[in-house]
Write a protein that binds this ligand. Structure first.
Ligand SMILES: C[S@@+](CC[C@H](N)C(=O)[O-])C[C@H]1O[C@@H](n2cnc3c(N)ncnc32)[C@H](O)[C@@H]1O
Ligand code: SF4
Length: 470
C-alpha cells in the first residue's frame, strides 16, 4: 500500500474531527502556490530584475512553461476569488490580445528556440471568452516565437456556459490536449445563490464532445462550502460528476475573502461553516475515493494511472501557480494582466490593473509590478514545503544533502512546533523523515505553515491575507 492509495477504512477512521479540533486548525493560511507567498514580495523588484532573471534562466537552459492570463468573463459568479474583469462587450478582446502578443514577443527574445516549451497553459478569467479565430491567432503567435516539445502539456480553462463545440474543435486542432472546466455544484439553489446557472446536461455534453475530439485529460472544478450546500446535496453533485468520469477533479475549499471580493457578502448568512463544511468535504472525498480516484493532495483527485498519481508515487510531482504538475524544473513565464512568473530563484507579478499593464507593455515590453528574489533560507524552506504538499513526506537526509545542513538542527524549533500536530494525529515525526497522515493531508496547509517564518508578521496585518485552511 502506498500513501497515494491508502485503504478507505483507514481514511474513514482518521477523518473524524470535532469542533474543538476545527477551532484550532481551521484558521487563515496560504495555499502555497509559491513560497514565500505573494504578500512577502515587494515592489522594489521591477522589470530590470526580471530581465536579469530571464538571462539566468537562459544560461541554465531550463525547459519552459508558458502561462497566458485572459481575465475576461461575461458575468460574475458571486463566489469567485480569481483575478477577473467582467465585460459583456467583447470589443475589449482585440486590444487586449494586441498587447498580450507584444508581451509574448518581447519575452520570447529572452528564450532561445533551443529551450522547449513543455507546458502551455491558458487561464483566467475565461479563455474561451475569446472567439475561436482569436484563440487561433494568439496560439499562432506563441508558436511563431517559441519551440514546443512534441509532448508538451497544452491546457486551457473553459467555462461550459460559454464554450461551444466550435471552440473545442479549434482547441483540439491547435494541439490543446487538456481541458479544465468549472462546475462548482449542480444544485439549483446553490447555483442561483452564486449567480452561476449551469445545467448538468450542458456540462455533460461538453465533456462528451471533448472526449470524442480526443483531449487526453479532462479536469472538473468543484467547490465545497458554497451557500446552501449540505452533505446530501453535495453527494448528489458528486454522483453526477462520477457519471461523467473526468480524469481529474479539483475539489476546492470555498475561499471566503469578502475583504477582497465584496460580492461574497451577499450570501454570507447561508454559508456552511465548521463541522458542517467539513462534513460536505468528507462526503465528497469519500465518494471520489470509493469510486476509485486517488487523492493527490491539496484538493486534487486523479484516476489511477493518471500521471499526477504516478509522479506523486515516484516523488517527482511539483506544484506551481496552476496547481500540481509533473513538469518539475521548468521555468514559468506568465503573461497578461496580473500574471505571475516563477523563474529560477525569483517570482515576478505583472500589473494588476489593465491600463497599467497595457502602458508597461507598450513602453517596456514587460509589465513587472512586484517580485521577489529567494534567499538561501527561502529556497530551503520552499523545498520542504513543496515536498510536504506534493509528496506528503519529507526525507530529512535528502534536504540535508541538497542544502548542506543538518535537518534536525536547522529545523529544531519547527520540529518542536509540529509536536502538537503529531499528538493530534496529523503527522508522524520519525528519526529520518516527516510523514503526513490522512488527516494531515487534509490540513496540509497547517503543517506547511510551521515552516513559514513570514506568517507571524503577516498575521499582524490589519486585514486578513489568507482564506481559512478548511
Ligand atoms: C478561472 S476559474 C475556471 C474557469 C472558468 N472561468 C469557469 O469558471 O468555468 C478557476 C476556478 O477557481 C475556483 N474558484 C474561484 N473562486 C473560488 C473561491 N472563492 N473559492 C474556491 N475556489 C474558487 C473555481 O472552482 C473555478 O472553477
Ligand atoms: S468562476 Fe470562472 S466564470 Fe465565474 S467569475 Fe470566476 S473566472 Fe469568471
Amino acid at each position: 500500500m502506498t500513501l497515494a492509495n491508502p485503504s478507505l477504512q483507514q481514511m474513514r477512521e482518521e477523518l473524524h474531527v470535532g469542533e474543538e479540533f476545527l477551532a484550532r486548525y481551521n484558521r487563515p493560511g496560504p495555499r502555497y502556490t509559491s513560497y514565500p507567498t505573494a504578500p512577502v514580495w515587494n515592489d522594489a523588484f521591477g522589470p530590470d530584475d526580471l530581465e536579469r532573471v530571464h538571462e539566468e534562466a537562459e544560461r541554465a537552459r531550463s525547459p519552459v512553461s508558458l502561462y497566458m492570463h485572459i481575465p475576461f468573463c461575461e458575468s460574475l459568479c458571486l463566489f469567485c476569488a480569481c483575478n477577473v474583469i467582467i465585460q459583456k462587450d467583447k470589443n475589449v478582446a482585440p486590444p487586449y490580445l494586441g498587447v498580450l502578443k507584444r508581451e509574448l514577443e518581447h519575452v520570447s527574445r529572452s528564450v532561445s528556440r533551443k529551450r522547449p516549451v513543455v507546458q502551455f497553459h491558458w487561464g483566467g478569467g475565461t479563455p474561451t471568452y475569446l472567439t475561436p479565430p482569436q484563440i487561433e491567432d494568439l496560439f499562432g503567435a506563441a508558436r511563431d516565437h517559441f519551440t514546443f516539445a512534441a509532448d508538451a502539456e497544452v491546457g486551457i480553462e473553459v467555462d461550459p456556459r460559454v464554450t461551444s463545440r466550435e471552440h473545442l474543435e479549434t482547441l483540439r486542432r491547435l494541439g490543446f490536449n487538456r481541458l479544465s472546466m468549472g462546475v462548482q455544484d449542480f444544485h439549483p439553489e446553490v447555483q442561483k445563490a452564486i449567480n452561476r446557472i449551469q445545467p448538468f446536461e450542458l456540462t455533460r455534453d461538453l465533456i462528451f464532445a471533448a472526449r470524442e475530439l480526443g483531449f487526453d485529460s479532462i479536469n472538473v472544478d468543484l467547490i465545497y462550502g458554497l451557500p446552501y450546500q449540505s452533505p446530501e446535496r453535495f453527494a448528489h453533485t458528486v454522483d453526477q460528476i462520477l457519471q461523467l468520469a473526468p480524469d481529474r477533479v479539483a475539489l476546492f475549499s470555498y475561499a471566503h475573502v469578502p475583504w477582497l471580493k465584496k460580492q461574497q457578502g451577499s450570501f454570507a448568512a447561508h454559508l456552511p461553516e465548521g463541522m458542517q463544511k467539513f462534513e460536505i468535504f468528507r462526503t465528497g472525498m469519500l465518494k471520489f475515493l470509493e469510486a476509485g480516484y486517488l487523492y493527490i493532495g491539496m484538493d486534487h483527485f486523479a484516476k489511477p494511472g493518471d500521471e499526477l498519481a504516478t509522479s506523486q508515487q515516484n516523488r517527482t510531482l511539483h506544484r506551481n501557480f496552476q496547481g500540481y504538475t509533473t513538469k518539475a524544473g521548468a521555468d514559468l513565464y506568465g503573461m497578461g494582466v496580473t500574471a505571475i512568473s516563477g523563474i529560477q530563484n525569483a517570482y515576478a507579478q505583472n500589473h494588476r490593473d489593465l491600463p497599467s499593464w497595457e502602458r508597461a507593455v507598450a513602453g517596456r515590453g514587460i509589465a513587472t509590478m512586484r517580485g521577489y528574489h529567494l534567499s538561501d533560507d527561502d529556497r530551503l524552506r520552499r523545498a520542504v514545503i513543496s515536498r510536504l504538499l506534493c509528496h506528503t513526506i519529507v526525507v530529512k537526509a535528502e534536504i540535508s544533502r541538497e542544502f548542506g545542513i543538518d535537518f534536525d538542527r536547522y529545523f529544531a524549533e519547527e520540529l518542536r512546533r509540529l509536536e502538537p500536530s503529531r499528538d493530534d494525529g496529523l503527522v508522524l515525526l520519525e528519526s529520518d523523515q516527516i510523514r503526513t497522515t490522512w488527516l494531515g493531508r487534509i490540513f496540509i496547509r497547517n503543517l506547511a505553515m510551521v515552516f513559514d517564518p513570514y506568517l507571524e508578521r503577516q498575521q499582524l496585518a490589519a486585514k486578513p491575507l489568507f482564506s481559512k485552511t478548511l
